[in-house]
Design a protein around this ligand. Structure first.
Ligand code: 13P
Ligand code: SF4
Length: 328
């Protein structure tokens, strides 16, 4: 049995649209009707007409699709959870707010911003305190707006994205539990990180610069600032794709982001900015067999891996996402 053909047949029969993030394995990615980065997938999902969505990515992305349009049924071939999203829960969020309070910042002077790489309950808590979501594509505009409120930004859960934004915008950042003086910072970061993007080092940048004269070095803002400050371009997944596609083919580039995306970028002169293979383990969990199995289960009336969230979480998390969409 040819799995891809069967998946195509079943999705048509069952009114299913398949969404796939750029980090998915090639064979899974090729089955996607709609592909994109986290922001694009959240937006494009609203435009597709299907009752059922099969989301190939990680849990928080599938949740975002469900939250934005609760009338859809959203299934995932694997409920794979982003390692960074797992780094903060409601208790840790509360402890972070308390750390700011202890530093003399009143709760009404805190604007929490959560990276979309967080679970729905965290997005809901952020919304209750007047905050919103951002992605790596729209983070600058969201932080700009948040700073206009005159409040201190509590940025969760990605320390690196928060620090990179502060550097880009000429603002001061500090990390809870690491830096002593958090009260004087404009952007106060939670100490979470992406285990994949932590793999890239300043030595990797030096290696490629020494080896290839005139090479361009590019990285995702989840990389540490010690790496991004050495790069020619820092951008979200879609921004990296656009930047590289517009370069002449003879221009060599080394790219610091997930392996599946980099290897698909273009045919020649493109290097992964690492001596290791920076694959996202959870994104890579999803296989063609998983897609097929979940579609068969749906056809047989025994669906599993459906995204289900309680009404209160959905209501508040939607507010956090919609505040972002209004601005981007
Ligand atoms: P994008 O928002 O660029 O799709 O990134 C999501 C992600 O998980 C990056 O590691
Ligand atoms: Fe999460 Fe990192 Fe994987 Fe992105 S690459 S989904 S941030 S673990």
């Amino acid at each position: 049995m040819e799995l891809k053909r069967e998946i195509k047949r079943l999705k048509k029969e069952l009114d299913v649209t398949i969404l796939g993030h750029f980090y998915q394995r090639d064979d899974v990615f090729e089955c996607a009707d709609i592909s994109g980065d986290s922001l694009e997938l959240a937006k494009k999902s609203l435009q597709c007409g299907s009752k059922n969505i099969l989301f190939c990515g990680v849990g928080f992305m599938g949740q975002s699709v469900k939250i934005l349009d609760p009338s859809r049924r959203v299934f995932m071939p694997k409920i794979a959870c982003c390692a960074m999203a797992k780094m903060i829960d409601k208790d840790q969020f509360e402890i972070s707010i308390k750390a700011l309070n202890d530093a003399g910042i009143e709760s009404e002077n805190i604007m929490p911003i959560t990276y979309i790489n967080s679970n729905a309950d965290i997005k809901a808590e952020v919304a209750k305190l007047g905050g919103m979501v951002c992605t790596s594509s729209n983070a600058t505009i969201i932080i700009q707006k948040a700073l206009e409120s005159g409040k201190k930004i509590l940025f969760i859960p990605d320390r690196c994205l928060g620090q990179n934004l502060a550097i880009k915008m000429g603002k001061k950042s500090a990390v809870i539990g690491v830096d002593e003086d958090i009260a004087s910072a404009d952007i106060i970061c939670y100490d979470g990180f992406c285990s994949v993007h932590q793999l890239f080092t300043p030595e990797d940048v030096e290696f490629f610069r020494d080896r290839y004269e005139d090479i361009l070095v590019i990285a995702h803002p989840e990389c540490d600032p010690s790496v991004t400050k050495l790069c020619d371009f820092v951008g979200s997944t879609s921004q990296i794709i656009k930047y590289v596609k517009e370069l002449p083919l003879e221009q060599k580039v080394a790219v610091g982001t997930e392996f599946n995306l980099v290897k698909r970028l273009r045919e020649k002169n493109t290097y992964v900015l690492s001596s290791t293979k920076p694959e996202c383990p959870t994104m890579n969990e999803t296989t063609l067999q998983d897609l097929y199995d979940v579609l068969v289960a749906l056809k047989e009336g025994k669906p599993y891996n459906e995204i289900v969230l309680d009404d209160d979480t959905m209501k508040w998390a939607k507010i956090a996402l919609e505040r972002m969409l209004e601005l981007s």
